[in-house]
Design a binder for this molecule. Structure first.
Ligand code: SF4
Length: 398
């Protein structure tokens, strides 16, 4: 039997749209108890349906890793390369145009720009590469890349690591939204022997500052939590609480990604275990209850393809970006599920897959978040409900 205390905690979290850090930690420590686990997922799904109905969204995108050079060295990362690597790659504008064009022709709406953090600070060769093309910084190159993708007809979304307020302001006209994983707000993860020891841009204070500035600039903003990198339950719950507070204060948090750590060969953290599916689903459910029924809660489907149904039961409302054209350059070992498969499995779980833009209906309805030209482009893609205009199902799931 479920204890009265656990029952009351879960009921009030659904009814009051709030779960405290303390209650989250207690639930997290009880995930091995099947009764609590099932009741937690049931509460999370009830909350999700209250706030988001039976809709689960997905964005059809092209992934443009503008440069895979990065000044940081996170202990789990395989995306970042050094300039002497055969796999080091920085896209020219004509390459950006060509990938964006490929995306446009296959019905993609979003151009997802993902890149390493300030590589020009660490590498002279990259400074020279930029300078030859008239750029002082990677952000100058990124601004031109976003303009290119916008001109091709897509809606850019940028995740470039840490940006200043001025840089975000310069990117805002050509980005429907931007993002930065908060990851975890514990400074402990930057200590000696921890995953962010050699990653100055993973300083939680700097990441919180960028979240606040994005809010002040009215930029629809994607945040997220990376789970399983050595944080404890309290640190995880405190991070989710911080995102909820940012969202309540600025109204700009458009989605929250719960991303489970995946060990990769050739990284210092290759021997660290992955989280069990039950822990992933349990934390998605806890996040739903902490973030509230209206939150857009995203779990990347390629990182737990065996258990999509469990993630749906845990209150996921978005599958993130899935590309018919490009691989997941951050997790290249994890192929995207086919869109048709994603649609079938979402429907079999009693929910409905809808295609979205890189910005959600809630923000599309708030014009103060966009420049005029961006809002016009968004409205070209959006139907009356704020999701992507319907195409034939064959085209959509191709
Ligand atoms: S900041 Fe991002 S790209 Fe750079 S090393 Fe860390 S995870 Fe990799």
């Amino acid at each position: 039997m479920l204890s009265n205390d656990a029952y009351r905690t879960l009921r009030s979290s659904v009814d009051e749209d709030f779960l405290s850090v303390q209650a989250a930690v207690e639930l997290a420590r009880s995930l091995k108890d099947d009764l609590i686990f099932d009741a937690l997922l049931e509460a999370a799904l009830e909350s999700k349906i209250r706030g988001k109905g039976r809709t689960v969204s997905v964005s059809k995108n092209v992934f443009i890793p503008l440069t895979n050079l990065c000044r940081d060295r996170c202990a789990y990362c395989t995306f970042s390369k050094t300039p002497d690597s055969a796999e080091a790659k920085t896209y020219t504008l004509s390459e950006v145009a060509s990938v964006a064009e490929g995306g446009r022709k296959t019905g993609c709406i979003e151009a997802l720009f993902c890149l390493g953090d300030k590589p020009e600070v660490a590498y002279r060769s990259h400074r020279e590469w930029l300078s030859k093309r008239g750029y002082e910084t990677t952000t100058d190159h990124l601004i031109a890349g976003c303009e290119t993708a916008f001109e091709v007809g897509l809606l850019p979304h940028t995740n470039a690591g840490i940006l200043t307020a001025e840089e975000m302001e310069a990117l805002r006209p050509t980005n429907a939204s931007m993002g930065l994983m908060l990851e975890n707000i514990s400074p402990r993860l930057r200590e000696k022997g921890m995953p962010h020891q050699y990653a100055p841009d993973k300083d939680p204070e700097i990441r919180l500052r960028m979240h606040r500035e994005a809010g002040e600039l009215k930029i629809p903003f994607t945040s997220g939590v990376l789970i399983g990198i050595g944080e404890d339950e309290n640190e995880r719950a405190q991070t989710i609480k911080a995102i909820r507070e940012l969202s309540d204060r600025y109204g700009h948090i458009q989605e929250v990604i719960i991303q489970p750590f995946h060990p990769k060969p050739d990284t210092p953290m290759r021997f660290v275990s992955t989280l069990e599916f039950k822990e992933i689903a349990g934390w998605i459910a806890i996040s739903r209850l902490m973030l509230g029924s209206k939150a857009n809660l995203q779990a990347p489907p390629n990182l737990a393809p065996e258990v999509l149904e469990l993630l749906l039961r845990a209150g996921v409302s978005d599958w993130g970006g899935v590309s018919p054209v490009t691989v997941d350059f951050i997790n290249p070992e994890a192929p995207w599920p086919g869109l048709k498969d994603l649609q079938d499995r979402t429907e079999q779980a009693g929910q409905e897959l809808v295609f979205r833009l890189p910005v959600y209906p809630d923000h599309i309805a708030r014009p103060e978040f966009f420049e005029t030209a961006m809002l016009e482009r968004i409205n070209d893609f959006a139907g009356p409900d704020g999701y992507a205009k319907k195409e034939s199902p064959e085209q959509e799931t191709a």
